[in-house]
Design a binder for this molecule. Structure first.
Ligand code: MEV
Length: 447
C-alpha cells in the first residue's frame, strides 16, 4: 500500500467553508476550480429560486448549498390502478421514460388497468451488541427486556401507537463468526411515514434500556452485566414491506402494441425476454434498471428516499442467491400475465414528503394517498416502464424510440433554431434518428 502523503494543491484547502455566505462559497469555489469564474458564478446564481422563502426551504434540506440542480418534472396520465385513475408525477432526466410510462398506461387503461396489492408494510431496525452471556439466557430475558424498552421509549412511541403503528416483533440473531455478538432485529409498523427517524429514535432508546437492564441485573455474574452497544440503526432491507402489481389480458389483445409481430409472436418473445432476465444477472440488472426508471421517478417526485428504495430492491432481487428479474411473465390458456413484486418503504407524511414544495404538489396530484396507495402507484409505474421497455426491445429495438426522444437534445447541442427544430421533428418522424443524420439534416437545411 502506498502510504506517501500528498499535500493539497496550494489554495484549494479551506477551513470554515460552511460558515461562508452562499455568495462567499460560490466565489471561493469558482475562483479555485473554474477557468471563467465570473460567468460560472452568474450561471450558478441564476438557478437560485426567485422566491427567497422557497429558497430557504430548499437550502434547509442540505449543507453547503450553493444553488439548485433543476431536473424536469413530468406527468404520465391515464394510469388506471385498482379502478382509480391517476396522473403520475415523474422526476427524471431520461426523456423516453415518461413517454414509455404514458404509452403503457394508456394501453393498459383499455384492458382493465393495473392491479396492485400491498402484502405487508413491516420495517426493520437492528441493535448490534456484544455480550458475554449465553443465548438461552438472553431468550429467557427477552420478554422483560422488551417490556423495559417499550416503557422507557413511551415518549418516542406514543404518537405512533396512537396512529396504529409501533413495535411488532423482536428477534434475537447471532453470527458465530463474530465473538460475543448478538443482534436484536426489531419489526416496526410506521403507518403513513417511511419511519426512518421514528425507528432510529426508538432503537437508540431501546439500546439504552438494554444496557440498563443488564447493569441492574444483580443476580447475574459480573461479566454478564456489561453490554457493549456497537450500533443501532434501521435496516434498509425491508423484504416484508412488499407490494405486488400486475396486468393481464387475452394474448390476442396485445396486437396493437406488437409492432410488426403477431400478438402471439409478441407474447412469446416478451415471455422469453423475461425468462432471460430471470436466469441471467447481466440481463437482470438492465431489466431491473428499466423498472427503477419508473420507480425512482415517482420516488423522487414525492421526495422519498430513492437510495433506500434502490438498495433494498436490488438486495431483494438477489434474495435467492443469484440476482434475478423483479418482474415475472406467464402465458396461460391464451392469457398474458405480467407482474412485479418488490419491497418499497415509502411514506406520504413526515420527512421531506410534506416539506418539499413540489413533493407536496405531487402528493396532491395523487389525491393525497396513504403510504400503501403510494406503494401500489409506484409499483404500477415500475411495471408500466418494464412493459414498455421490453416491448421496444423485442420489436423495434430501444434506439428507435430513444433517439426519437433524444432528437431535441441533439438539435439543441447543434444550437438549431426554432424553425430548424420544427422541420427536424417533421423529417425525423419518418426517419431514423442518429447524431450523424441530425448533423447532415441541419447542414443541408434550406429553411
Ligand atoms: C434504459 O434506461 C432502460 C432499458 O435498458 C431497460 C431494459 O433493457 O429492459 C431499456
Amino acid at each position: 500500500m502506498d502510504t506517501k502523503k500528498t499535500a493539497p494543491e496550494s489554495g484549494k484547502k479551506i477551513s470554515g467553508f460552511s460558515k461562508l455566505s452562499k455568495r462567499g462559497k460560490i466565489k471561493w469555489m469558482v475562483e479555485h476550480f473554474f477557468k471563467d469564474p465570473e460567468n460560472v458564478m452568474h450561471e450558478l446564481m441564476s438557478y437560485w429560486h426567485h422566491n427567497e422563502d422557497q429558497q430557504k426551504i430548499l437550502d434547509g434540506f442540505s449543507e453547503n448549498t450553493i444553488t439548485n440542480f433543476p431536473l424536469p418534472y413530468s406527468v404520465a396520465p391515464n394510469f388506471l390502478i385498482n379502478g382509480k385513475t391517476y396522473c403520475v408525477p415523474l422526476v427524471t432526466e431520461e426523456s423516453s421514460v415518461v413517454a414509455a410510462a404514458a404509452s403503457a398506461a394508456k394501453f393498459w387503461m383499455d384492458r382493465g388497468g393495473f392491479h396492485a396489492e400491498v402484502i405487508n408494510t413491516r420495517k426493520l431496525g437492528q441493535i448490534h451488541f456484544k455480550w458475554k452471556g449465553e443465548v438461552e439466557k438472553l431468550k429467557q430475558f427477552l420478554p422483560d427486556i422488551r417490556q423495559m424498552m417499550l416503557e422507557d421509549a413511551k415518549d418516542v412511541t406514543q404518537n405512533m401507537f396512537q396512529r396504529g403503528g409501533g413495535v411488532e416483533s423482536i428477534e434475537i440473531k447471532q453470527w458465530s463468526g463474530i465473538e460475543n455478538y448478538f443482534q436484536l432485529l426489531i419489526g416496526f409498523q410506521t403507518c403513513d411515514s417511511m419511519g426512518a427517524n421514528f425507528i432510529n429514535s426508538c432503537l437508540e432508546s431501546f439500546s439504552s434500556s438494554l444496557e440498563n437492564f443488564f447493569m441492574n441485573a444483580d443476580s447475574l455474574p459480573d461479566e454478564w452485566r456489561d453490554v457493549e452497544i456497537i450500533m443501532s440503526i434501521l435496516s434498509n432491507y425491508t423484504p416484508d414491506c412488499l407490494v405486488r402489481a400486475w396486468v393481464q389480458c387475452p394474448i390476442k389483445e396485445l396486437g396493437e402494441f406488437a409492432g410488426n409481430l403477431s400478438a402471439e409472436e409478441f407474447a412469446e418473445r416478451f415471455y422469453t425476454a423475461v425468462q432471460i432476465a430471470k436466469e441471467d444477472p447481466y440481463r437482470a440488472v438492465t431489466h431491473n434498471k428499466g423498472i427503477f426508471n419508473g420507480i425512482d421517478a415517482v420516488v423522487l417526485a414525492t421526495a422519498n428516499d430513492f437510495r433506500a428504495v434502490e438498495a433494498c430492491g436490488h438486495a431483494y432481487a438477489a434474495r435467492n442467491g443469484s440476482y434475478s428479474s423483479l418482474s415475472d411473465c406467464k402465458l396461460d390458456d391464451g392469457v398474458f400475465y405480467f407482474s412485479l413484486e418488490l419491497p418499497l418503504a415509502l411514506g406520504t407524511i413526515g420527512g421531506l414528503t410534506t416539506l418539499h414544495p413540489m413533493a407536496k404538489r405531487s402528493l396532491e396530484l395523487l389525491e393525497n394517498p396513504s403510504a400503501e396507495s403510494l406503494m401500489m402507484i409506484t409499483a404500477s409505474t415500475g411495471l408500466a416502464q418494464n412493459f414498455a421497455a421490453i416491448r421496444s426491445l423485442v420489436t423495434t429495438g430501444i434506439q428507435y424510440g430513444h433517439m426519437k426522444m433524444h432528437l431535441v437534445n441533439i438539435l439543441q447541442h447543434f444550437k438549431a433554431s426554432e424553425a430548424q427544430i420544427e422541420a427536424a421533428k417533421i423529417h425525423f418522424a419518418k426517419n431514423k434518428v442518429s447524431f450523424h443524420d441530425v448533423r447532415s439534416f441541419l447542414e443541408t437545411w434550406k429553411g
